[in-house]
Design a protein around this ligand. Structure first.
Ligand code: AMP
Ligand code: ZN
Length: 117
């Protein structure tokens, strides 16, 4: 069910602490941790603690929580001293989504080309 922890979800396990991660920030509703396979000098994932399958589901099912995630991306960028950065929500396997627990990628610390790959 939306919002409930999923036994087979890697990011739910990071939230509950049974899978380790390099956590950079935590709030009552969100966790931010370093991506294990960084694509930029700063590559942090911001996730809601509650399980929602992707960004669109998160916005529909828990709009205040979606706002918490977005607010945290800015705080992470500030703490990482990023003037410019990119927030990415890969949505759907064709766009590269591999973990089905909503997450914002915060990427920065290098030039970021547009259009993205
Ligand atoms: P996506 O492909 O958009 O679903 O993003 C999933 C991200 O999770 C990828 O960038 C992975 O490198 C990252 N990832 C996978 N496992 C871990 C882990 N144990 N700790 C931190 N990041 C992870
Ligand atoms: Zn989950």
């Amino acid at each position: 069910m939306a919002g409930e922890p999923q036994d087979d979800c890697l990011f739910c396990k990071i939230v509950e602490g049974s899978v380790p991660a390099t956590i950079v920030r935590e709030t009552e509703t969100t966790v931010a941790f370093r991506d294990i396979n960084p694509q930029a000098p700063t590559h942090v994932l911001v996730i809601p603690k509650a399980h929602h399958r992707d960004a669109a589901a998160l916005a529909a099912e828990a709009p205040a929580l979606a706002a918490d995630v977005l607010r945290e991306t800015q705080t992470v960028a500030d703490e990482e001293k990023l003037d410019s950065y990119r927030i990415v929500f890969n949505t759907g396997s064709g766009a590269g989504q591999t973990v089905w627990h909503a997450h914002a990628h915060v990427l920065g610390g290098r030039g970021l080309a547009w259009p993205p790959g």
